[in-house]
Design a protein around this ligand. Sequence first.
Ligand code: ADP
Ligand code: ZN
Ligand code: ZN
Length: 823
Amino acid sequence: MQYFIDVIIPIPLPKLFTYSITLSEANFLSVGMRVSVPFGKSKIYTGIVSKIHNQEPTIYEAKEIHQILDDTPIVNQKQLQLWQWIANYYMCTLGDVMRAALPSAFILESETVITKQKKQIDESVLKDDEFLVYEALHHQSSLKIHDISNILDKKNILPVINRLIEKEVITVEEEVYEKYKPKLVRYVKLHSNFSSETALQKLLDDLSRAPKQHDVVMILFSISAKTKKPVKVSDLAKKSGSSNAIIKALIDKGILEEYHIQIDRVQYSGGNNEATKRLNDYQKSALSDIKKTFNNHSVTLLHGVTSSGKTEIYVKLIEDVIASGKQVLFLLPEIALTTQLVARLQKYFGEQVSIFHSKYSAHERVEVWNNVLHNSASASPLSSKAKIVLGARSSIFLPFNDLGLIVVDEEHEQSFKQFDPAPRYHARDTAVVLGNIHQAKVLLGSATPSLESYFNTKQNKYGFVELKHRFNDVLMPDIELVDIKDKLKKKRMKGHFSDRLIEEMTETLKAGQQVILFQNRRGFSPIIECKTCGHSPQCPNCDVSLTYHQYRNQLRCHYCSYNSAIMQDCEACGSQDLDNKGFGTEQIEEEVKLLFPDYKVARMDLDTTRGKYGYEKIITALEQQEVDVLVGTQMLTKGLDFRNVKLVGIMNADNMLNFPDFRAHERSFQLMLQVSGRAGRTDERGKVLIQTYNPHHNILQQVSTNNYIDMFNEQMDDRFNYKYPPVFKQIKITLKHKDYKRVDDASIWFSKSLRQVFKGNVLGPESPPIGRIRNQFYKNILIKIPKQQSLVKTKEAIIKINNSFLSIKDFRSVKVILNVDNF
Ligand code: ADP
Ligand code: ZN
Ligand code: ZN
């Protein structure tokens, strides 16, 4: 009997590859373990075993695996089931999913490293080709397989390598695969030689001539007597005020003994856990309603106005679930932006909470992975860790074994959808499937639900619970629309500030309260325009104007990071009359400084929040009231809870509303209500000013009256009439190539073929608003899929067309991107 395994490798191949294994390997291996396998001419990949079987492949001869990398599976069956669903639904390969799912430290591809053995050998026993390799290793400490292939100028070099190993000339390094190293901490204790009274007395006498060393030993005694815990080298150094050199001398003399203990990189440093809060009556009834809906729904949407206390409700549900021994996944749009929530959950649940963070290092990610993986084995000392995982979209890939609850907070956020690369999954929708696999309940929460989720509650697919009162019955903020067209006419604008906004700001700041000013990121990038000829500097690689960055005095492209110094005169006509068009957060910050010189302004956007703690610093400054006015982008909307913010100003609503996207209105509504929700969260009613050229716009009326239902109904009419989600599903096909003619022809061919199948439900090809990025030209085609049309059959038809497309020689170099449920 022969044995084979099917292996998922982290590259986009439509099918899995089969490798042959021996009987003993078959007995050792199980599904979910990693193996390293040869692929192509000289590549070696880390793969995941997906099936063990006896069917020899018919089309090719199965190669042998290279080595087995695990003793036990690192990926479980439930994960593999989810991977398969993602690959099918989002039209990508299992390799794509694997690459997104595993921490990169698990899948570093390595080419085997070859080094010379230390001992002397008799060169005369070496054949010519063997000698070449041997000699090369005198010049270079290590070689890779493909280096050797180059030296010998042939492909099949394994026989040579095998002979060299037999002759004990070289060794093949295997440790290249195990990239993760646990973090070790150095501890010291007194050497056991001195455990007796007399030996110790003698030691201290001897040391009387080395007072510094004597001190260190005495301090070590007092620390260990006090804490009764192992003593870190770093603590000893600090407490004794002595240098590492002195401690090292003591270790070298054999007086102190050094040892290491493995610790988590991701550590919780808090004290004892705090009790969770008592819910008020509204929260209590919402909680019991949620539990009721869970009797006949696996997914429920909680629509609770901003500051209604949704988080405290999640907390109660989480408590129940972990008491029952199950795991909880808490999904957030961007973990880096939710430090306040993280702190809150850690206060309640301590080290049971693990955070899966996009800014974590590879090592830290592996640690969280392992904690979640080992969490199910209750005997493990890790068992209390990672009961609750708090993370952004990629945390759906962690090795959960027994989920009881998934919370998706701010479920309307578009950042739950991965845009690039594949898998282009939506974490909220994938969470629903994940919940299904675990038979877990899923709670979606938002003050401004997505039309998709709200529509699902209307169809009775999801349960629905509402929370209409803010905590402590704080009033919803008073929202005022300011007509800037009128203000301009009456000359009541100073820069981008209307007289109303200046009045309200003055009053708020005088009263010692804080102000938040919101500027939408999209379409507001400041650009330079020539007043004489109208030219504005363009990116040489993309079809966009360069953005002006004042603080660096630079022009930058936001798509490809091209940058150049700002020019003195117009490139086109030479005029020196250049103007600043558009306005970003930076300009607003400058204007605030001029208008309110006595107050402190800060800015929160991509530029000011780089780095691991960039964001925290600004949030803390606002919390500590070191900042009076905070100017920011979208980042401000994400569930922040500030006590002293009284006024929120939205600088310009129109660009948001006019953005060319069928979701623009829905998003504007969500954004504006979310930012407004930052005002007046304690006792005093907050105030919001929205500046706009079009105060009669329906969305603005709906925002100012907090009327979600009106917004929903009106937008759903549009979606219905124009065949958009959630009424129709849609798949976007993007083609790109560096040659415009090529991508143009290709997209015409593609859309024609699609039209033969899907008739009028195909839109395009069209050039997107930015038709060229990084010197690649783009074309989009949209397929609209009615509810009654089979999604599976639709995808099959698309794949068939795509395969014919790829078989056309001219089109082979055109890149095709499939995006299901595109955002
Ligand atoms: P949401 O998530 O709905 O915007 P939060 O959960 O952030 O609302 O609650 C708003 C504020 O009210 C927070 O400062 C929170 O600590 C407080 N809060 C909510 N529920 C309670 C409660 N039951 N007891 C005390 N404070 C509460
Ligand atoms: Zn000009
Ligand atoms: Zn560019």
